[in-house]
Design a binder for this molecule. Structure first.
Ligand SMILES: [Zn+2]
Length: 67
């Protein structure tokens, strides 16, 4: 189980987006200021929780890929 965070950040194309990160992602800049979610087994499960809070949340392309 990993902890996930929602943080506003820049995507690789430079656009700002609300991104879902795993706790150990290097793109997660400020975990103490990011929105902390409960632990999830997969990033897809965490994304469901994240989108209940913020519908526009997207997976971080660096850490929340795959599952
Ligand atoms: Zn990330």
């Amino acid at each position: 189980m990993k902890r996930f965070y929602i943080e506003i950040g820049q995507k690789d194309d430079g656009q700002q987006a609300r991104l879902l990160h795993k706790e150990d992602c290097q793109k997660l800049k400020n975990p103490e200021r990011a929105v902390s979610l409960s632990r999830s087994p997969t990033s897809s499960r965490a994304l469901e929780e994240a989108q209940r809070l913020f519908r526009d949340t997207q997976k971080c392309p660096h850490c929340a890929t795959g599952d």
